[in-house]
Design a protein around this ligand. Structure first.
Ligand SMILES: [Ca+2]
Ligand SMILES: [Ca+2]
Length: 210
């Protein structure tokens, strides 16, 4: 009888241990990035990272790895806890910079980080984002989820691989209602309509003036 009781107690302690471990799993803290769908060369884009904290933690670091020629003119974090922004060169990925935000002095509540990126004029193709959240008990970090890619909008409306006067004409025809609009390809400023602004952006791209 005593042996069975001992077994039950041990089993319960084991179960509580497993329960505590599950409660403390890292999925209790997630970070989700939101990006615009598309970009243009030289554009200032807004990035948001929501950090959701469901268990008590005393501190967290959020890191983003961004190409060194992307300029961040503006950043903010909306928690009352002590925060800082550090920028360092990534010795393992030359050409990349690591941007770090921190919230600590906890228990830290859920918070969000908003930052803006000034993209270079010469940029093209899809842009990739990568980042991690790091807490004391998980120093190797967890990847930031959500959006990680922004598609490039080149202005190549007819899809022949070049941006030239034929694309400008197609955009102009859309702007004056002569042909059906294709927002996916021709709405360069993501305004939801095709107008003279889009025509000018494609014209500038066609003559190499971004
Ligand atoms: Ca074209
Ligand atoms: Ca537009």
């Amino acid at each position: 009888m005593r042996g069975i009781l001992k077994f039950h107690i041990l089993r319960n302690i084991f179960a509580i241990g497993i329960f505590a471990f599950v409660q403390f799993s890292y999925s209790q803290i997630t970070a989700v990035r939101t990006l615009p769908k598309t970009y243009q060369q030289g554009q200032l884009i807004s990035v948001k990272i929501n950090v959701n904290i469901f268990s008590e933690i005393s501190g967290i670091i959020v890191k983003e790895w961004l190409p060194g020629d992307w300029v961040i003119p503006e950043t903010m974090i909306n928690t009352d806890y002590q925060t800082f922004l550090k920028i360092e060169n990534d010795s393992q990925n030359p050409g990349y910079k690591i941007y770090s935000w921190a919230a600590f002095g906890g228990p830290v509540p859920s918070f969000s980080i908003n930052y803006k990126v000034q993209l270079p004029l010469s940029i093209s193709g899809d842009l990739s984002f990568y980042g991690k959240i790091i807490i004391l008990d998980n120093p190797w970090g967890t990847d930031i989820g959500g959006d990680s890619i922004i598609s490039g909008k080149s202005g190549d409306i007819n899809g022949d691989g070049e941006v030239d006067i034929s694309d400008v004409i197609l955009c102009l025809q859309m702007a004056i209602g002569k042909i059906p609009v294709d927002l996916q390809k021709a709405d360069m400023d993501s305004s939801g309509e095709i107008d003279i602004i889009d025509v000018i952006i494609i014209l500038r791209a066609a003559i190499g003036l971004y």
